[in-house]
Design a protein around this ligand. Structure first.
Ligand SMILES: Cc1ncc(COP(=O)(O)O)c(C=O)c1O
Length: 367
């Protein structure tokens, strides 16, 4: 049901078109439209300032960034990577593209991020990477995961696709893991239409990542390593650069929307929210609730012109990954009940009122 009043789940937050056009002038003048030109470098510089690190590399997407990041670790075929199935498929795909073995662990029942206690049980002598996803922008429990690793030689990696701007105990996501990968696709807090960025604590990985993302050669076409085209175009990078400059504003707006939902939907039906630990900040890339009446609610809201999504759908239940399926308690419970409701920067107060009133109506207007 699409009509004038239809409320989409998500809408990209774009800069003023004239601002973008001004940046495009440079591309027309210089004809430098790709190959890590001015705006790709500007994005890296801006992210470096924001995250307080020089070890950043922009790429064409987070999907490819994850693949490249894992490749840069030079692991052996069959080495194990622990991840949660409550993520986007790119997280798991990157493991298989690198001939590694995905080992699924459960999430915490409240934060929906990788549970360090279950990770502990899944560690073997072949475990080389723990790969957590900051789910919907909510930072993983980094301290607990580090403690679990102890002095074992295991890389702590994060799929930070949804979390540019999130904060964990005073530190920005991106600087928490040994290696983290962001997405700047159309639904994120920072948008370059398509794009991503690898950030690492391991400085020595950067030249290798730069080589891999550039087909495996540097300037003389002499292939040094199995590479791939991970370049971001200057058109995307110019957009990403503008969007990055606006990230603090986006974070403020999205947290205000989340606060509104929590205030207005607390105690309605059996609705539960994702827990963001005190002192942490989420991007709220998505606003997801749990309810035992998820499927009915989704249909009801659709009829009222409100788009929702049952997201994430656990990876280990997808056709391609089902050979890895072994039910995990919290994942099973969450994925029976999860439903994302609309969140985007320019959502209006009347749209928010319509959404919360419709949800209350669904539960018989209690509260
Ligand atoms: C958790 C997660 N990982 C990876 C990706 C893939 O990002 P991209 O679209 O930039 O390849 C997404 C995209 O939404 C995501 O949500």
């Amino acid at each position: 049901m699409k009509n004038k009043k239809f409320i989409q789940l998500s809408r990209p937050h774009l800069p003023e078109i004239n601002e973008y056009k001004r940046l495009l002038d440079r591309l027309w003048k210089t004809r430098w439209i790709t190959n890590f030109g001015f705006y790709a470098k500007a994005m890296e510089k801006e992210a470096g300032k924001f995250l307080k690190t020089n070890n950043v590399a922009v790429v064409s997407s987070c999907d490819l960034g994850l693949l490249i990041a894992l490749q840069s670790l030079k692991l052996k075929k069959g080495d194990e990577v622990i991840l949660s199935p409550f993520t986007f498929n790119s997280t798991a795909n990157s493991i298989l593209w690198n001939n590694l073995k995905p080992v699924f662990a459960d999430v915490d029942a409240e934060t929906w991020c990788l549970d360090a206690k279950d990770v502990q049980k899944k560690i073997t002598k072949n475990t080389k990477v723990i790969l957590g996803t900051h789910v919907f922008g909510n930072p993983c429990d980094v301290k607990a995961l580090r403690k679990t690793i102890g002095n074992k030689k295991i890389v702590l990696m994060f799929d930070a696709a949804q979390a540019y701007g999130s904060v964990y105990k005073g530190s920005r996501v991106g600087t928490l893991g040994d290696i983290e990968v962001f997405s700047f696709s159309g639904t994120k807090t920072v948008i370059s239409a398509e794009g991503g960025m690898i950030v690492t604590k391991i400085k020595a990985l950067i030249p290798l990542i730069q080589l891999i993302r550039n087909y495996g050669f540097s300037y003389n076409y002499n292939t040094q390593i199995l590479g791939i085209n991970g370049k971001i175009s200057e058109f995307n990078a110019a957009l990403g650069y503008l969007s990055m400059k606006d990230v603090r504003n986006s974070l403020k707006i999205r947290n205000k929307i989340a606060k509104y939902y929590i205030k207005n939907l607390s105690g309605v039906g059996d609705i539960k929210f994702q827990k963001v630990e005190k002192g942490n900040l989420s991007t709220y890339k998505d606003f997801c609730i749990l309810t035992s009446r998820r499927d009915e609610l989704s249909k009801y809201l659709w009829a009222k012109g409100i788009e929702t999504r049952k997201y994430f759908f656990p990876i280990y239940k997808t056709d391609y990954f089902k050979k890895f399926f072994k039910p995990l308690k919290n994942i099973e419970a969450i994925s029976r009940q999860n439903i994302c409701i609309p969140i985007f920067n320019d959502i209006s107060k009347s749209q928010l009122d319509h959404i919360t009133a419709s949800i209350k109506d669904f539960y018989g207007n209690k509260k």
